[in-house]
Each structure stands twice: as structure tokens, then as C-alpha cells.
Design a protein around this ligand. Structure first.
Ligand SMILES: [Zn+2]
Length: 306
């Protein structure tokens, strides 16, 4: 196996990964290592076809052809692999994210294409969760609509009209550790917490009734009662998670302006990814997402109303 390409910055990446064939070989190494597998049946014994990029499954029941992009966010895309890889480097390296308009200028693609690339890259930023532990702050926030530039009167009217358009998001943050943002949807607060926090953790929340009885399931639980102006009692406070929320809202309102509730979970994944990878190098952040390329998001699903 040839040495895996390394790059220290975008310029190096674009020089080394400027050619489509090289990009393809790079993706094959990142996704398969030495062992290509069939995305249709997971058989590990395909053989390479003469065109240099396709493989044929040798399993008698399958026999299907595929390339390294089948089953990934690149599948059926007309955008060059070199453009995709540069886009991933730019998007994962940027602290607050980039609007599709800006990205379209960087890459020389239409805004529609940039918008689609942006969403697909968010999909691979959604890395498999690691449960939070030790001391975990939990809080909820409501997101929706563009309010920043509205006059107070209009804002009030807008809020009245869009009351149900607000989407509840839960934030969970391990002090001195990783954080997580999740759209709550139809789940209870506790269901979201169980999916993200190890039972040995001590949890700090506000006094919302959704957090009641958490002490039965976790090593400890204390709530501060914001409604009576109590914000801190010893170690019990939720300031860190509130800081994380303001980062999230700055990203949404500052970079993207308006976000439809349908796509909100992907912006949650994006903010979570940026926060959790804040101390690693751009190149490593790039590799972490590249190795998570499996996951397809079709354009028609992205724009459907459902
Ligand atoms: Zn197969």
C-alpha cells in the first residue's frame, strides 16, 4: 500500500489532490484501506475493471459493479472529487461555517450546488456519538426564524405567528469535554439524555419539569431555579452550556440567517462537530470527516417538504 497523502493546509491539499485519479485513489485508501468491499452486499472480494475506477463484486449472488463513491455523499454527483475534497477542507476548517453563497465563490460552482455540498458535508460532520460523563450541564433552547433584523413590533408579531415554528434543541456539555446539540423532536427530555449521557455522570440542569427524577437514573442531579433568579449554587450552574448555545445562535444568525426546522438537526451536528474538534488541526479534522463519508443525502430528499 502506498503512503497516505498528507497535507498541512488547503494549498497543499489542492496541489496534491488536483487530479481526479489521485483523488479516487486517496478515497479508496481512506475508505477501504487495503480491502475494497462491495457496498451492495459487503463482500470483500471484488476485482478491478479495465476502466481503472470500477470494481465488480465476485460474490455469485451479487456480481454488481461499483466505484469507491457508491454509498457515500459523493455518489452520483457531477461535482469533481477534487472540488468535493477542497470543499470539505474549507467547511471543516472554518470556525463559524460558510454560507453557500460564499462557498460557491470559493469553489466556482453555482450557489445551488454549494448549498447541496454544504448540507452533505454536514452529514459527515455528524460523527458517531461518545456518551458524555463526569459533570454534564444540560439545557434546552428554542430556535427558529430570523429575528435579529426585525423591529420590536414586527418581531413580536412574527413570534406570535410562528410560535409553533420554533424548534426545541437540547444542549449537553461535559465540563472540560465534549458537547452535543440535538433536536428534541417527539422525544422526552429524558430520552434525549439517556441517548447521550453515561449513568455515572452528575447532571446540572435548570428547574424544567422535564428534568425531574433524573437523580434516579444518574449518579447525581441538581437543578438551579432560574425563575427565582438563582443561577449558581456551588458547582450547580449551566453557564457553560449557555455559552455553547450562544455560539450556536451566532453561527445560525450570523452565517446562515434563516434555517428551516427541517434542516436544523444538520446545523446542530455542524456546531457540535466544530466545538468538539476545536483543539485539533485542520488536516486531522478533515480526515475525521473523510473517514465518515458513508451516508447519502439525495437532493430530492433535501428539498422535499416532508
Ligand atoms: Zn456484492
Amino acid at each position: 500500500m502506498t503512503q497516505l497523502l498528507e497535507f498541512k493546509n488547503l494549498q497543499e491539499l489542492m496541489t496534491k489532490l488536483g487530479d481526479e485519479q489521485v483523488c479516487r485513489a486517496y478515497m479508496e485508501q481512506m475508505r477501504w484501506g487495503n480491502e475494497p468491499f462491495c457496498p451492495h452486499c459487503n463482500s470483500t472480494k471484488p476485482y478491478k475493471l479495465k476502466d481503472g475506477k470500477s470494481y465488480r463484486c465476485s460474490s455469485r449472488k451479487c456480481k454488481k459493479d461499483f466505484t469507491v463513491t457508491v454509498g457515500t455523499i459523493f455518489e452520483n454527483s457531477k461535482v469533481k472529487l477534487s472540488t468535493w475534497l477542497a470543499a470539505i477542507y474549507i467547511l471543516t476548517g472554518h470556525k463559524k461555517g460558510i454560507s453557500s453563497l460564499q462557498l460557491s465563490r470559493f469553489l466556482g460552482v453555482t450557489q445551488k450546488t454549494a448549498w447541496f455540498i454544504n448540507h452533505r458535508v454536514r452529514l459527515i460532520m455528524d460523527l458517531p456519538p461518545e456518551p458524555l460523563d463526569d459533570v454534564v450541564e444540560i439545557d434546552e433552547t428554542y430556535v427558529g426564524g430570523k429575528l435579529a433584523n426585525m423591529s420590536r413590533g414586527r418581531r413580536k408579531k412574527w413570534q406570535e405567528a410562528n410560535k409553533d415554528n420554533k424548534t426545541a434543541v437540547m444542549g449537553l456539555l461535559q465540563r472540560d469535554g465534549k458537547a452535543k446539540l440535538e433536536v428534541i423532536g417527539n422525544r422526552t427530555f429524558k430520552e434525549v439524555i439517556r441517548g447521550n449521557v453515561h449513568p455515572t455522570a452528575t447532571i446540572y440542569t435548570d428547574a424544567h419539569s422535564g428534568y425531574e427524577l433524573l437523580s434516579h437514573e444518574y449518579a447525581g442531579h441538581e437543578a438551579v431555579n432560574h425563575s427565582i433568579q438563582e443561577y449558581r449554587r456551588g458547582l450547580a450552574y449551566t453557564n457553560s452550556i449557555e455559552g455553547f448555545f450562544s455560539l450556536f445562535k451566532r453561527t445560525i444568525h450570523g452565517t446562515y440567517h434563516y434555517i428551516s426546522p427541517k434542516h436544523l438537526h444538520r446545523y446542530c451536528a455542524e456546531t457540535t462537530f466544530r466545538f468538539n474538534s476545536r483543539q485539533i488541526k485542520d488536516a486531522d479534522r478533515f480526515k475525521a470527516t473523510i473517514s465518515n463519508v458513508e451516508g447519502r443525502l439525495k437532493y430530492k430528499n433535501l428539498i422535499s417538504k416532508a
